[in-house]
Structure formats: structure tokens, C-alpha cells
Design a protein around this ligand. Structure first.
Ligand SMILES: C[S@@+](CC[C@H](N)C(=O)[O-])C[C@H]1O[C@@H](n2cnc3c(N)ncnc32)[C@H](O)[C@@H]1O
Length: 283
């Protein structure tokens, strides 16, 4: 008997999946952001994954919507505070260089696996970014390739804003440790990273029906935010994604109930209540 090919065939398909939720949000009359290119970029694969995840796990667009809005706002604030470079690692199908209000001369560097970036480049060929956009295909899990990329991406910057949105959960803890070390360069003023607790990974694995077999969550630090503090990072903001989604009015009644309960300790999120957060770090 031939085995069915999982609908998420590689980690890059997760970029198509999250783009779907940005497209759905953009169509709302009270949209928190407008990403008119997201639907086109998600293609046919993105909606198929979203439909399958909805079938096996229920509707879970709100974490992506809340995360996108939180990071949009952090970028806007950083630019007001003198950010002179944005480096978005594992940028996937993100289109912020086309949709945020950015200084025309801001250099924005995107990195992701080469095949995904090639496809993105082709699909966005006719669009004009609002800043100076540079794309680099690189395997960020390869320490040498990553160091070479970072040296190039940060050259000439003095207050860079580094983003790893939706990346570290797919890496091994030692790979995240290496990233945390590599980003501690004098050019980097801020690092924004989102993390999930083990409860979320276990739930996805249990209810996900093998959906994330090719893109499992492998980084769920038991010490939460402290993982980064141990590496010399200082936490400026801890934004619970659940509480942000509640503030943005994107939760179902059941999740609103969860948002009203006492929340886990970000330095010891525990193994009972699901927890995820966007962190803004400096060093
Ligand atoms: C969930 S998507 C997030 C994409 C984008 N940041 C967003 O929020 O829409 C995860 C992304 O990580 C990228 N990725 C995973 N492992 C990677 C690696 N080793 N090197 C470069 N990119 C990687 C995938 O290709 C994919 O685009």
C-alpha cells in the first residue's frame, strides 16, 4: 500500500499556511493589517493546509494574526527609535516591505531557504517594495552559511532589528542557542522571536493527525524566556499571543475564557496550560 504524502511536505509549506491567515485577516472590515499579496502567495497549497488543519484541530488563525500585528507594531516603533536595518530571517512569504510605511532608504534583508525565496521572487516580480529590499537564500541551520550571511546582511548597520518569526520552534535547542550567540553582534539592537511551550507542541502532535510530521515543533524551552536571558539577552517585552489576540478581539468564546485565567510564568511556562509569546530582546 502506498503511504499518503503529508499535506505539509516540508517546513517551507508552513510559510504558505500562515500566509492564508494574513489573507483572511486582510479581508475583514476591521482588519488589523492589510496584506493584499498574501492570498496570491499562499497559492493552492496554503488553503489546502489550512482546511486540513481546521478539520483536525479546529480554527487556529488567531495566533498568526496576533503575532503579525504585534511584530508590525514593534517594527514601526523600532523605526521611530532609529532602526537603520531590518533583517528578517526565515521571512517566508512575509510582505512587510510592500505593505508597511517604511523609510524609502531603509535596507530590509530577507533570508529563507533558497527554493522558497526563488518562488517568492518570481511571484512578486511586478510589485514594488517601499524600501530597499534584498533577498538571500540561505540555510540558517548551517552555522557557516549563517555567519557569512549575517556579516553581509548587517554590514554598515548600527541599530538593526532582527526578526525570526515562526522559525525557532522548528529548530533544535542547540541551533537556537547558536542563533542567540550569533545575533549578539554590536550592529544588532533588537531581536524579535516568538516561542511556544511544550503544551502547544504536544497538542499539535496529538490532534494534528501527523500533519506536522515534516515540520515538527522541536524547540519548546521549559525555562521560556530565561532560555534567552541565560545567553546574555535582556527581555524588553513579553507579549502573550493569547492575551494579544484577546485584546485584538480575535478569540472564540472558549479561548476568551482561557485568556481570563491566570497565565503561566513566562520563565517557567509549565506543562499544563498552552503558552506562546512574542519576545522583544536586546543585549
Ligand atoms: C512558519 S514559516 C514563517 C514564515 C514567516 N516568518 C512568516 O511568519 O510568515 C517558517 C519559515 O521558516 C523557514 N525555515 C525553516 N527552517 C529554515 C532554515 N534552516 N533556513 C532558512 N529558513 C528556514 C521556512 O522555509 C519557512 O518559510
Amino acid at each position: 500500500m502506498t503511504e499518503m504524502k503529508p499535506i505539509i511536505s516540508s517546513v517551507s509549506d508552513t510559510a504558505r499556511w500562515v500566509a492564508v491567515y494574513r489573507a483572511i485577516e486582510s479581508d475583514r472590515p476591521d482588519a488589523l493589517f492589510h496584506d493584499p499579496l498574501a492570498g496570491m502567495l499562499a497559492g493552492e497549497v496554503g488553503p489546502a493546509i489550512a482546511a486540513e488543519t481546521r478539520r483536525v484541530m479546529g480554527d487556529h488563525g488567531w495566533p498568526i494574526v496576533a503575532r503579525t500585528k504585534l511584530i508590525d507594531d514593534m517594527i514601526t516603533s523600532a523605526i521611530a527609535e532609529g532602526c537603520d536595518r531590518v533583517v528578517n530571517l526565515a521571512a517566508g512569504l512575509d510582505t512587510r516591505p510592500y505593505r508597511l510605511d517604511l523609510p524609502k532608504d531603509l535596507i530590509w534583508v530577507e533570508a529563507d531557504l533558497p527554493a522558497l525565496l526563488e518562488e517568492k521572487k518570481r511571484l512578486l516580480e511586478w510589485q514594488t517594495p517601499r524600501c530597499r529590499l534584498i533577498r538571500r537564500g540561505v540555510d540558517l541551520a548551517d552555522p557557516i552559511a549563517r555567519k557569512v550571511f549575517l556579516a553581509d546582511a548587517l554590514a554598515g548597520a548600527s541599530r538593526a532589528f532582527v526578526i525570526t518569526e515562526g522559525l525557532v520552534m522548528y529548530l533544535r535547542p542547540e541551533e537556537v542557542r547558536d542563533l542567540a550567540f550569533d545575533f549578539r553582534r554590536r550592529e544588532v539592537a533588537w531581536w524579535v522571536v516568538d516561542i511556544v511551550s511544550v503544551v502547544i507542541a504536544e497538542r499539535l502532535e496529538r490532534s494534528g493527525d501527523g500533519l506536522l510530521k515534516n515540520a515538527p515543533f522541536t524547540f519548546t524551552p521549559a525555562n521560556g524566556v530565561a532560555f534567552f536571558e541565560e545567553d546574555g539577552w535582556t527581555v524588553l517585552d513579553i507579549e502573550s499571543i493569547l492575551l494579544a489576540a484577546s485584546r485584538f478581539r480575535r478569540l472564540s468564546p472558549l479561548y476568551r475564557l482561557f485568556a481570563g485565567l491566570p497565565q503561566p510564568n513566562p520563565r517557567k511556562p509549565g506543562t499544563i496550560i498552552p503558552w506562546s509569546a512574542v519576545l522583544r530582546l536586546t543585549h
